[in-house]
Design a protein around this ligand. Structure first.
Ligand SMILES: Nc1nc2c(ncn2[C@@H]2O[C@H](COP(=O)(O)OP(=O)(O)OP(=O)(O)O)[C@@H](O)[C@H]2O)c(=O)[nH]1
Ligand SMILES: [Zn+2]
Length: 201
């Protein structure tokens, strides 16, 4: 039998086994004292399995799959896309965390830039995996540096974790901010400038 969930460092895992996920949800329903065969729950294992397939679709994708369209328009100043809504699944509790990502980069010296929507698609690739917010942030930043050969990158993610709001410590509204800054944007002045654009409303 192949091992279906072997994580490597980049979060690539095996095929999503929908039947196995369904069986697991059925077991969970029994474990919490429910009758999985009652009318309202009959289709639930299949629905939940489909939901997880969707929420974890990024495990089957690579950043290269979405950072495809590149143009050379000779723009060499920062490009910043703000308030990209994200939903991810925390790997500790498998509960969602949701919020916004802000992504800025200084294009390569050869002026290679990508389509604006591709930045949002890139976040999706990594958000639709079992994650911690810090890793999500650094994976987006490192992919942009590597694939676009960007001269600098800043990624800031602000999110609320359901595992902190609906259970455990129960602090709804608490927001976590993470950032990853690479290349030329690490310079104090550039970093401050980028941050001021990100916080400006
Ligand atoms: N750094 C980091 N921590 C996270 C993230 N998502 C969830 N956590 C934390 O992971 C930790 C897991 O702690 P544990 O003590 O093993 O689990 P727990 O008993 O459920 O912890 P509580 O949430 O405090 O009840 C918790 O403190 C969560 O808040 C994340 O994206 N980044
Ligand atoms: Zn959690």
């Amino acid at each position: 039998m192949t091992d279906p969930v072997t994580l490597d460092g980049e979060g690539q895992i095996g095929e999503f086994d929908e039947k196995r996920a369904e069986n697991a949800v059925r077991e969970l329903l029994i474990a919490v004292g429910e009758d999985p065969d009652r009318e309202g729950l009959r289709e639930t294992p299949a629905r939940v399995a489909r939901a997880y397939r969707e929420l974890l679709a990024g495990h089957a994708q690579e950043p290269e799959d979405v950072l495809t369209t590149t143009f050379d328009i000779g723009h060499d100043e920062m490009v910043l896309v703000k308030d990209i809504e994200i939903v991810s699944l925390c790997e500790h509790h498998m509960l969602p965390f949701h919020g916004v990502a802000h992504i800025g980069y200084i294009p390569a010296a050869n002026g290679k830039i990508t389509g604006l929507s591709k930045l949002a698609r890139l976040v999706e690739v990594f958000a639709r995996r079992l994650q911690v917010q810090e890793r999500l942030t650094t994976q987006v930043a490192d992919s942009l540096m590597r694939i676009l050969e960007a001269r600098g990158v800043i990624v800031v993610i602000e999110a609320e974790h359901m595992c902190m709001s609906v259970r455990g410590v129960r602090k709804p509204g608490a927001k976590t901010t993470t950032s990853a800054v690479r290349g030329q944007l690490r310079d104090a002045t550039s970093r401050a400038e980028a941050m001021s654009l990100i916080v400006a409303r």
